[in-house]
Write a protein of this length. Structure first.
Length: 239
């Protein structure tokens, strides 16, 4: 029997509660048929269900980047995780899995990532969902740690640096990982009247920025004047 694959997420600070980790683990358990282990790198394992293997956040120097910055995601390439082997699928906490994800482990490519929805054709990834081989991208982290201040200054965010530093990346099929804001919502004038839909062939819906799944489920969009109908399918899948 093949060894289990690894699914990895990260939780730090107070932006996301343990419920986000627990729901993500449950979604993965329902939608991933491959033997797997689910790991959360976190500074606070309180409230996280026992099915999740909680581990400390690997150390990483972030220079002047905010502590909650996505740059911390680069630490998933740390030698502190040398016991991981084979393919590792990294998932952000603010996403909803709506269909099977075995294909994300079967898709060819040494490093697979979303093509960023707002920068099509520019070869820049979105790091909400990416897959890599354990231990294969160590140089990406070493390069960052050698001069984090310069790299943070020179790159807009961690996903731009990650994509550029890896170089040979494979983008997921566009239909698999969809943006809630860009791919699910109707045109702005219709949003108060017409609910968001799951696009055909979607496997994962990413709630980058605002709103987050619980807000969208209730028809709320924090800090926005945009009207939004409650999205009933979120309660069906985000559980």
């Amino acid at each position: 029997m093949a060894p289990p694959v690894s699914v990895l997420c990260m939780k730090w600070g107070e932006r996301y509660g343990a419920d986000y980790v627990n729901r993500l683990q449950a979604m993965v358990a329902r939608h991933l048929g491959l033997p797997h282990r689910f790991i959360c790198l976190t500074d606070d394992p309180g409230g996280i269900r026992p099915e999740v293997a909680c581990r400390p956040l690997p150390a990483i120097a972030l220079a002047d980047a905010p502590a909650h910055s996505g740059w911390r995601k680069l630490s998933c390439l740390s030698p502190e995780l040398d016991d991981l082997a084979g393919p590792v699928l990294f998932l952000d906490l603010d996403l909803v899995i709506v269909a099977g994800i075995d294909a994300l482990f079967e898709h060819p490519g040494a490093f697979c990532i979303i093509e960023n929805w707002t920068q099509p054709g520019r070869g820049i990834g979105n790091s909400s969902v990416f897959r890599y081989q354990a231990g294969a991208q160590r140089a990406v982290l070493e390069r960052f740690c050698a001069d984090p201040a310069r790299i943070i200054r020179d790159y807009a965010n961690e996903q731009t640096y990650l994509t550029r530093a890896v170089g040979d990346v494979t983008f997921w099929p566009r239909s698999w990982c969809r943006s809630f804001k860009h791919d699910c919502l109707p045109a702005r004038p219709l949003r108060p009247f017409k609910a968001a839909k799951i696009p055909s062939e979607a496997r994962i819906i990413v709630f980058h920025g605002e709103p987050k799944p619980p807000d969208a489920a209730r028809g709320m969009w924090p800090k926005s004047l945009t009207g939004l109908r409650p999205v009933s399918w979120i309660d069906e899948y985000w559980c």
